[in-house]
Design a binder for this molecule. Sequence first.
Ligand SMILES: [Zn+2]
Length: 342
Amino acid sequence: MKIVYSDKHAAHDPQTFFVRGVKQRSTEQPERATRLLAAATAAGHEILPPRGYGTAPAATVHTPEYLDFLQTIARDWAKLPNASAEVVPNVHPTRYPATYPKALAGRAGWHQVDLACPIGPGTWDAALAASEVATTAADLVLEGTRHAYALCRPPGHHAYADMAGGFCFLNNTAIAAQRLRGTHQKVAVIDVDVHHGNGTQGIFYERADVLTVSIHADPANYYPYFWGHAHETGAGAGTGFNLNLPQPLGSPDTPWLAAGDAALARIREFAATALVVALGLDASESDPLQGLKVTGAGFHAMGRKIASLGLPTVLVQEGGYLSDDLGRNLAAFLEGFERGRS
Ligand SMILES: [Zn+2]
């Protein structure tokens, strides 16, 4: 399989993460990508660098003011008196009508939904490179490669059009889907990350041309809490074009794979002609975030199942955190996917 990878991700090494109010180093670490790359290389896949696109692909799903914020905030924040090394907001507009602020602290609160998306000096370069990795994989598929895998870091599926969150800044999955939409009339996204793909859902929520389907741990008791519930089915022209399949916490392979069958049935009914897989590996039983209990065999089976759709497919790396199984689970998914193709 063709795998697109850039080592520019390493410029983003977030230090700030809170668990039940306790500050610790983020689980979203550069070593994730180097372990995934090592596993992909060992499995014999072909590694390619991304092409240069600049901000144009990101601008197809993100707002101009948000892109400006991501590019400039770390530099400007560093000039504030007694500023932290990473941009972390201390105020949020939340649920009430609000006015876009000029102050840096206000802009940070507006664009960063939680404390799990600190912006450091290297965040923009890494996020931009990840968007180029995803775009390159999408272009390979548009040029006739049946499937390609974008080894993106930082991940993207929690990022909305104008809001970062949950380790995510630019929505690589949405950028790839929008890229495919340039040629394909109907594109589907299947998100198998343990967390709901809320940013992707939000970006396409009022559209009927991109079907979004997410299989994830039930947000009643798991991040992102506010989104990912079964009753969220789209709005306006997009009504009926978002499907959430929340799973009870700790669910093993069997119900997870059954949810995969339900997702694929909806994608077939939609008649997508191209697919993006938001490939989080954090549903693993070994993942430190402990949402679901999927095994290596489960990832293999899900890869094989999704491949059976027979669609031109872009696989986009999302979550999946450090454990001894991280690389093995990627290799298992990719092997299952390739087997499902033949
Ligand atoms: Zn995740």
